[in-house]
Design a protein around this ligand. Structure first.
Ligand code: DOR
Ligand code: ZN
Length: 352
């Protein structure tokens, strides 16, 4: 018997779509499944002022419309720097040009060089954000070279996040793409102002995927996947039904040449398979009834946005469903995340 599950249409609360040729190639994969997505601002140059977010949004909308998904809603974010202007952040949020701002510790990840070195420097912006209830999205890793890369999330929580939450208790905070039991425990124990996104790939891979049998650049992302016990804790959090955890794919396209290189980029492009992978994971945990909360409800409630009205149906086949391994862009091919198990769940044909 065919198994089906119908969800309120999902949203993606953490997404990289880039710009120009790559944007054109990747956006339809998101717009076909997701109603809205939080768009990361780490372009070069980064999206710092709300006026830049507005023109980036127009570019995204125009591609969404041209590819047949005019109702897709990009939710824009600002990239915080030590010279971010609180007045500009205020105008951006109040005019609904942007919904959140992203804190990248300088040097932590792709295009983060313009990020923040001394967190105190952005306190005036954080005061403004707290006053308005504007979410702060955090790449939670320290960049201290003396800290082992596998400990960088835990060290960030210990050294920075605990103090930040204490100093700004009313500020909505999303700890993005958590990868550790430390992240899960911190978020669980914090107030309801603190939530976390979890990616499909961190629910599937541990660090062996990246390092066993040769270096596997397509499983390299930041924060890096950790040991198995951490992955298991992430699955427990995702399927728990807790409203503090929701989907952020962190789908981050890089062309093959930039991944398969002596200095390969961090990022996993997972959007084409994201919902199929999640259905697999939730089913394996006997928690398909929690999938809708994770993908379609918890994030919207945290951001205080309305829930989507329409729906999407996932169907389970008796035989594995084929997915493309690569997508093509004018800049080169991009590899789609391979979860290393067969996928049986796919999205039922949608009537437009
Ligand atoms: O793996 C990642 N890729 N992590 C990030 O934080 C950034 C992202 C990207 O932009 O490629
Ligand atoms: Zn990201």
């Amino acid at each position: 018997m065919t198994k089906k599950i119908t969800l309120r249409r999902p949203d993606d609360w953490h997404l990289h779509v880039r710009d120009d040729a790559v944007l054109k190639a990747v956006l339809p994969y998101t717009a076909e499944h997701f109603a809205r997505a939080i768009i990361m601002p780490n372009l070069t140059p980064p999206v710092v002022r709300y006026q830049e977010a507005t023109s980036y949004r127009a570019r995204i909308k125009s591609i969404a419309t041209a590819t047949g998904w005019p109702s897709f809603e990009p939710l824009m974010t600002l990239y915080l720097t030590e010279t971010s202007d609180p007045k500009n952040v205020r105008s951006g949020f109040e005019s609904e040009a942007v919904v959140a701002a992203k804190l990248y510790p300088a040097g932590a990840t792709t295009n983060s060089d313009a990020g923040v070195q001394k967190i105190e420097k952005i306190y005036p912006v954080l005061e403004t954000m707290q006053e308005m209830g504007m979410p702060l999205l955090i790449h939670g890793e320290v960049v201290d070279s003396s800290i082992d890369i596998f400990d960088r999330e835990a060290a960030f929580i210990e050294r920075t996040l605990i103090k930040l939450v204490d100093r700004f208790p009313e500020l909505p905070i999303v700890l993005e793409h958590i990868t550790t039991v430390d992240g899960v425990d911190f978020v669980r124990g914090a107030s309801n102002k603190v939530a976390a996104t979890i990616t499909p790939h961190h629910l599937v891979i541990n660090r062996n995927a990246m390092l066993v049998g040769g270096i596997q650049p397509h499983y390299y992302c930041l924060p890096v996947a950790k040991r198995e016990s951490h992955r298991a804790a992430l699955v427990q959090a995702a399927v728990s039904g807790s409203r503090k955890f929701f989907l952020g794919t962190d789908s981050a396209p890089h062309t093959l040449d930039s991944k398969e290189s002596s200095c390969g980029c961090a990022g996993i492009f997972n959007v084409p398979v994201a919902l199929s992978v999640l259905a697999h994971i939730f089913e394996a945990a006997d928690a398909l009834d929690k999938l809708e909360g994770f993908c379609s409800v918890n994030g919207a409630e945290f951001y205080r946005l309305p829930l989507n009205e329409d729906s999407l149906t996932l169907v389970k086949s008796d035989t594995p469903v084929p997915f493309s391994d690569l997508i093509f862009t004018e800049n080169g091919e991009i590899k789609v995340f391979d979860p290393m198990f067969d996928l049986y769940w796919s999205i039922e044909e949608q009537i437009r």
